[in-house]
Write a new protein. Structure first.
Ligand code: GDP
Length: 303
């Protein structure tokens, strides 16, 4: 299956909603205040934030043509404007450059952190020496799941005692990474409710500890968001992003939601790159983010 088909097939819940409503709204009509109002309602209902909706409406307002193909011109105009917003955030995760890296994964429980780490490890170059540090010492299930991914992918695994301070586990994992000359250290962290300030403090501490040990190695902080939360993801970017200097965002479960438009709101609001999106549960369903593929797929357009 081509990369584009993968986007298109798995973003159908969002595209069904958007394209069906936009097509029926503009059928045999022209761009005027009535159709623009309808379009505004459709875009807002797709979890696209007001500032983005305003940009999109302004671009469609300039469409002058009338006639049979008006709806396809509107869809095309929207996809170009969306692509313009998204292209600024299209950036692969640092691991693809091949240099030694430490990745710290953060995000609330259930967002898909553990699964996403597993998928990334599965996709990484098998010649590289990989260490997974399981620092969510409060959840035995997450530790087992990571150990499983590590075993399946010929990677090493490090964890601490149950309920051990996550920062001390991260410290030990980072020491092992240094001493044993690993290429990548991938750290999973606890993700209890993000409005729990202790969690954020704990993550800041964990990050500082890791940074201290490995001063000359690039550390990425990757925020994993559950795409089915739609615009509620924004609150999480606010909470995690402010104190943790998040360097990359991954949005999961976009295959299971009609709220995929919220990704555009995040791209518009924050200058944080989006590296991957999750389009299913299998290892190959974690896909490098592509602005064009995403923009065209959610409007059910061709490649
Ligand atoms: P964590 O608590 O953040 O570590 O979340 P998990 O990795 O345990 O994931 C929670 C659930 O989401 C699991 O059942 C995963 O299989 C599922 N999941 C993760 N990513 C995706 C995705 O892209 N698509 C779908 N459909 N499910 C996903």
């Amino acid at each position: 299956m081509s990369l584009f088909s993968k986007f298109k097939n798995n973003l159908q819940k969002t595209s069904n909603f958007l394209s069906k409503n936009i097509l029926s709204s503009f059928q045999n009509r022209k761009v005027d205040s009535k159709t623009l109002d309808e379009l505004e309602t459709i875009l807002i209902s797709a979890d696209i934030s007001l500032d983005v909706v305003e940009k999109l409406i302004n671009s469609v307002r300039k469409v002058k043509s009338t006639g049979d193909n008006i709806s396809s011109i509107v869809l095309d105009t929207l996809s170009k404007e969306i692509e313009n917003i998204l292209i600024l955030r299209e950036k692969r995760l640092l691991v693809e450059s091949g240099e030694k890296k430490i990745l710290i994964f953060v995000g609330v429980n259930g967002s898909g952190k553990t699964t996403t780490i597993g998928k990334i490890v599965n996709q990484l170059n098998k010649d590289k020496k990989i260490l997974i540090g399981a620092c969510d010492t409060f959840r035995a299930a997450a530790i087992d799941q990571l150990k499983n991914w590590a075993d399946k992918n010929n990677s090493d695994f490090y964890t601490g005692e149950a309920n051990q301070d996550p920062a001390s586990v991260a410290y030990q994992a980072a020491e092992k990474f240094n001493k044993e000359n690993y290429d990548y250290l991938i750290i999973d962290t606890a993700g209890r409710l993000s409005n729990n300030t202790n969690l954020i403090n704990q993550l800041v501490k964990l990050k500082n500890v890791v940074n201290k040990i490995n001063t000359n190695i690039a550390v990425e902080t990757v925020l994993v968001l559950d795409g089915t939360n739609g615009s509620n993801m924004i609150k999480q970017v606010d909470i995690f992003g402010k104190e943790l200097n998040v360097t990359s965002i991954i949005i999961t479960k976009l295959d299971g939601t009609a709220k995929g438009g919220a990704l555009i709101s995040i791209a518009n609001k924050y200058e944080i790159p989006i590296s991957y999106i999750g389009l299913g549960e299998k290892a190959e369903d974690l896909i490098n983010f592509s602005a064009r593929n995403f923009a065209r797929s959610i409007l059910d357009l061709s490649e």
